[in-house]
Ligand binder design. Structure first.
Ligand SMILES: [Zn+2]
Ligand SMILES: [Zn+2]
Length: 402
């Protein structure tokens, strides 16, 4: 597993380009004699986003591929329940800053979210469960998915009917986390990751000489008002017992100190749990931004793109994982997990079937492995991979033999 993970780490592939990774997984399943379908996911473009909205936001739809997803199937003693186990395979556009022998060989591409470990772990799970077919009833489906980092490879695979024939009854998945050490996991029922939407606000004013503001409509001043007033939605309009984040990470306008720019643009992200809160924020961002535009004589357009929904862990599935993990790791190595505001496209699977996504500890402070995912120095304690396999296999057997 260490070798496989290091190979994947050295050869990372961006979302929708996981061709080599997919080939490696398929080769492994072939060697094990596990039947599987390749090319799952078809056309990966704009998986769930509205094409008109994308145009308005100025986003070019990503590259098209024939689908790099793989769905493997392992059948037990006799027909029974069907459990889906999922791993994501894509890397991030980050330049790795770790000085390790297995450093990424591709400049600007890095497995900084641990999906190399996720893929390796599911390959290990496949091997273990395949050799234990006489120990369970029912079916295990192995979902190796593209494009978790965007634009939602899980959706493409669901659209390609991976949850049908046989119908999936439940699902599990894991994500690496530096909150815990290798050998430990975090799992809880309830919300695990947030709905993650993006918002793009285009302000069109009238540019001109910086010394003659009365001849202009200053797009930077309009954009500033919008930015500040939008920050009052969470503080003044949302119930303090609900969760919401509005962050604008990009604010662009102008190119010279003595010129009033025609246009300004704001790009941000909205994170929520409750659908009603999500709806409210979407509606209010549009009202406030266009209202300020009206008040200040600018033309304002808002593109609100709904991304991944919130992921809610099923009570029963979380309990199964918790019990299985306690059996194999000891109860002191199983921790409750606080919900986070990150996004995760496993949420699309969780909308369809009872799901538990848990966190696999990968920290090792003595080895300097404490960085969070998406950091250029992110790395894992590789001993954690065995823990991931053990917990997934034990959870699968517990679920299928219940
Ligand atoms: Zn990530
Ligand atoms: Zn990730």
């Amino acid at each position: 597993m260490r070798e496989t993970r290091r190979y994947l780490h050295m050869n990372p592939e961006l979302s929708l380009q996981e061709n080599n990774t997919s080939r490696l997984v398929s080769g492994h399943l072939n060697e094990l004699g596990i039947k599987h379908r390749t090319g799952v996911g078809g056309d990966g473009r704009s998986l769930y986003m509205d094409a008109d909205m994308l145009r308005l936001a100025g986003i070019t739809p990503g590259p098209t591929t024939g689908g790099t997803g793989i769905l493997g199937t392992i059948e037990g003693r006799k027909p029974g329940k069907v459990l889906l186990i999922r791993a994501d395979m894509d890397a991030l556009p980050i330049d790795e800053q770790n000085d390790v022998p297995y450093k990424s060989t591709k400049a600007g591409v890095m497995h900084a979210c641990g999906h190399d470990a996720h893929t390796t772990i599911l390959m290990g799970v496949a091997e273990m469960l395949n050799s234990r077919r006489d120990q369970f009833d029912g079916t295990v489906k192995l979902m190796f998915q593209p494009a978790e980092e965007g634009p939602g490879g899980a959706v493409a695979m669901i659209n390609d009917k991976i949850l049908e024939d046989p119908q999936v009854d439940a699902a599990i998945a894991l994500h690496v986390s530096p909150i815990w050490r290798a050998g430990q996991i975090g799992v809880s029922a309830g919300f695990s990751s947030a709905a993650s939407d993006s918002v793009h606000i285009m302000v069109k004013g009238v540019g001109g000489h910086a010394a003659r503001p009365h001849m202009c409509v200053d797009s930077t001043v309009v954009a500033s008002q919008i930015l500040l007033l939008l920050q009052t939605i969470v503080s003044r309009e949302i119930d303090p017992f609900e969760q919401a984040v509005i962050t604008f990470g990009m604010l662009h306008a102008g190119a010279a100190a003595n010129v009033i720019p025609d246009n300004a643009v704001l790009h941000g992200t909205v994170r929520t749990y409750a659908p009603a809160v999500r709806d409210h924020i979407e509606k209010r961002i549009k009202e406030i931004a266009t209202g300020i535009g009206l008040a200040m004589r600018a033309e304002v357009q808002v593109a609100y793109l709904r991304g991944y929904p919130a992921l809610h862990n099923d009570e029963t599935m979380a309990e199964i994982v918790r019990e299985a993990a306690s059996d194999v790791l000891g109860a002191d190595n199983v921790f409750p997990r606080k919900p986070g505001m990150g996004g995760e496209d496993m949420a699309f699977v969780a909308q369809k079937v009872p799901t538990c996504m848990f966190n696999l500890g990968i920290a090792n402070p003595e080895q300097g492995k404490t960085f969070a995912p998406h950091h250029p120095r992110f790395d894992i304690d590789e001993d954690a991979m065995a823990t991931g396999v053990k917990v997934m296999v034990a959870s699968a057997l517990k679920y299928l033999n219940r």
